[in-house]
Write a protein that binds this ligand. Structure first.
Ligand code: AMP
Ligand code: MG
Length: 402
């Protein structure tokens, strides 16, 4: 049996990051930049007003007070979006709006609040310093300044600054596209009737949603019957538009019904093994096709599948963008009840974490088919391999669930 850590190391070592692509900003949320993006132009690109008010020569306002305001003629106005350059005649002012270009020879803006807001002439109650309320060319960024660094996962504000700097597209590694294939003769789509012996399919819905929760576009493939040729055809077909494949079911240890294992073993690039964990012992991972697309063959039991996604697929999604970083220590909490765990396996027990109180309560129902109990949990209690029981009051590592 392999340890959880050794298995994850093997997965990460086998994954080649997706090649960077030129992505339009609208498609780049969550993509990871491969090069620094620098400003080509100053930001802002012209001197402009920071406020609604009057463009002035500061020297014309000397001595202005509320009791003896300086009154000056208003020589028209300039609004944001005007591209012609106005000239300020000494001894006059120009009404100016936020974002409008500063008239030549004006050296300050008086906010409208310091005036009587006059239109033909204006009474200004206070002198201002040269430069007042002016947004200078390059005051936010200078040409050559790094706006977003290589390795950044692009969020809303990064995309905003790229747009503000005039970029329409960037070179970045896109979010991997995920397809989830469920296998099993017993599976039926939810919404329709069941006959005894059948169950409603849940894993593909859950795992595709988990991938989306991790920011990746993901889809659920139509249910595949337990036949090796059907499994091979489905993986081949899904490979066309996926950067990572997940199968569920068909990888248990024995029977010829384990068709995923039987089908993919023939390719020679997918390895099946036992991992020392509970739930989720039977695992398979490998790569497919010329792109080396990673495939995870997760166990069919829903809780095993979900825990496996969290432990192995989630890091792989980051690795595909070359953005996997080892997490520091897990948060800890104090158990409110005793738990047991098999010798030699790392257990991931469903629990309800009360973060502020620092307490975690194991839920009842820890078998790997018990998805309802996973739905009641918000965390997994991690019990190390060599530990077989823990009492209430002992401190444990917890993996929070999104
Ligand atoms: P398997 O890994 O195919 O041996 O399946 C193990 C258990 O998980 C069986 O009880 C299956 O019925 C169940 N199972 C397999 N696939 C799914 C699925 N997609 N949704 C819900 N349960 C499943
Ligand atoms: Mg099955």
């Amino acid at each position: 049996m392999d340890s959880v850590d050794a298995y994850l190391d093997d997965i990460l070592a086998a994954i080649r990051p997706l090649p960077p692509r030129e992505l339009k900003l609208a498609d780049a949320l969550g993509a990871v930049l491969t090069d620094d993006v620098t400003a080509q132009y100053p930001l802002p690109s012209f001197d402009n007003s920071a406020m609604d008010g009057y463009a002035v020569r500061a020297a014309d306002l000397t001595g202005a007070t509320p009791d003896s305001p300086v009154v000056l003629p208003v020589d028209g106005e300039v609004a944001a979006g005007e591209t012609g350059r106005r000239n300020l005649v000494p001894g006059t002012v120009i009404r100016i709006m936020t974002g409008a270009p500063m008239p030549a020879d004006a050296d300050a803006v008086v906010p409208v609040e310091l005036t009587n807001a006059g239109t033909a002439e204006v009474a200004i109650r206070q002198a201002v310093r040269p430069g007042n309320a002016i947004r200078r060319t390059g005051g936010d960024a200078q040409p050559g300044d790094v706006l977003v660094t290589a390795g950044t996962r692009l969020g809303a504000v990064h995309l905003g600054v790229l747009a503000a700097a005039g970029r329409a597209a960037v070179l970045a590694r896109p979010r991997p596209r995920v397809t989830v294939i469920s296998t099993g003769n017993e599976l039926v789509d939810p919404g329709g009737p069941l006959i005894p012996g059948q169950i409603w399919e849940s894993n593909a819905t859950m795992l595709a949603a988990a991938a989306r929760q991790a920011g990746c576009p993901a889809r659920r493939y139509p249910i595949v019957r337990d036949a090796t040729d059907a499994v091979l055809a489905a993986t081949q077909d899904a490979l066309a538009d996926a950067d990572l494949l997940i199968t569920s079911g068909g990888v248990s240890m024995g029977a010829e019904h384990d068709v995923v294992k039987a089908a993919l073993q023939t390719l020679g690039t997918v390895r099946f093994r036992k991992v020392a964990m509970q739930p989720g012992m039977p695992q398979g991972f490998g790569t497919l096709g010329s792109a080396g697309t990673p495939i995870f063959t997760l166990p069919g039991n829903p809780v095993s599948a979900y825990v496996s996604f969290r432990l192995f697929v989630r890091p792989a999604l980051d690795a595909l963008q070359d953005s996997y970083r080892e997490r520091g220590k897990l948060p800890q909490a104090v158990l409110t009840a005793a738990v047991r765990s098999p010798e030699g396996k790392r257990s991931f027990l469903r629990g309800v974490l009360d973060g502020p109180a620092g307490l975690v309560t194991p839920v009842s129902g820890q078998m790997s088919h018990q998805l309802a109990s996973l739905a009641r949990a918000n965390a997994l209690v991690v019990v190390p391999e060599q530990v077989t029981s823990l009492d209430a009051g002992e401190t444990v590592d917890v993996l929070e669930l999104p």
